[in-house]
Design a protein around this ligand. Sequence first.
Ligand code: TRP
Length: 449
Amino acid sequence: MKNTDSRENFSGSIAAVLALAGSAVGLGNLWRFPYLVGENGGAAFILIYIILAITICLPVMMGEFIVGKRSQSNVFRAYTSLTSSGFWRIIPVFSIFSVILVLSFYSVVGGWGVEYLVKSLTFSFTRNGAQSELGSMFSDFVSNPYKPLVFHTLFLGMTAAIVAFGIKKGIEKFSEVMMPTLFILIIIIAIRSITIPGANQGLKYLFLPDFSKVDSSVIMKALGQAFFSLSLGCGTVVTYASYVKKETNIIRCTGTTALFDTGFAVLAGCAIMPAVFAFGINPSEGPGLVFVTLPHIFSQMPVGGLIAIIFFFALLIAALTSSISLLEVVITFLTEELKISRTKAVILSFFLFWILGALCSLSQGVLSDLKIFGMNIFDFMDYVSANILMLSGGLLTVIFAGWVLGPKIIREELTNNGSLKVPLWLVNTMLFCIRFIAPVGVLAILIFS
Ligand code: TRP
């Protein structure tokens, strides 16, 4: 059963690409990618990341896209509307659980971003800019029982408000204005960072690969990061693809999104690493890089106060365009399967995610002793979603596309029944990646991580 009549659509391919790129570009690029590059050998990590993004992640994304576009339905109905076998109901179960887990902690980190934007607007970094001061500022803030909850509420509220406006007036409008803004902002910061005296070392670190640091765990981390960054295995691509028009060129749409996302990650690296090296800081600072090391750097550099404001504003935009894509998966379920109105669905999910996010946030402080499999709630949600649910969801989807839908349907979808002039070798290569390379690749990391 398709529900094309009652559904909204993106206005066109560009709008769809901007929304997809908005989903992809987020905290994964600005917060996670730079510190992983720092910890895992710089350029060599980037190179591996790019190879995996093209050979494994792009095919998975195409698989999800085909399922969404062909079924024109929400992630719960998409798979079963394309096959009679009930087995594939399992994929949406993975999707919904990972979306719930990811959005819960995403909203907390997004809230930290809001707090740091406020801090930068009041020039708090420049007043006490020592790295140790900033370190304790961060840990005091995240472990405080009330403050992060206030900012979590704000971030989730903004996400809910945008999604409440729907596809065209909410998600599409927001992405259309904010994505180009985001690119301009990050380019300004990258230029500032590259022109600091001593920035060369950082550029070398980013662009001259040293393969001596590469082992199997680095490869695993690169693939996990690529999955997270491209929003795969959670149903977000299926959901957005269900809103595109029939004429959409899938290879171009997914290819551009992957290119934007990877380009943005590298730009974020250029914005951060040269400054890190110029100020003689160890690049493998870990997750605190963005919230501790960067504010320290901002406090040292000329016009750093202004750059800090631009940076945290960009971080907030990037996080919001991603969190709306996560929330939309849940909203389509509530509105289309349970027939709840959009507004009610948004309010309902706001409360659900508020509570889960609050638990996550408190696990950094008062609830830190509450452990699940030895991890606090926050780390548990991050670990289970990124390492188990998303990868399994992505793996099953690409198997579904490659082997259940099969070559004939994939060819039809990639060329829009032959009406698009896509070179045959490209279609064949993608088909081969969807059926063989991607499933084997993902299976390998699922087993080894
Ligand atoms: N890709 C986003 C980022 O890099 C986060 C995100 C949005 C996401 N939707 C997702 C991650 C779905 C996993 C699955 O920040």
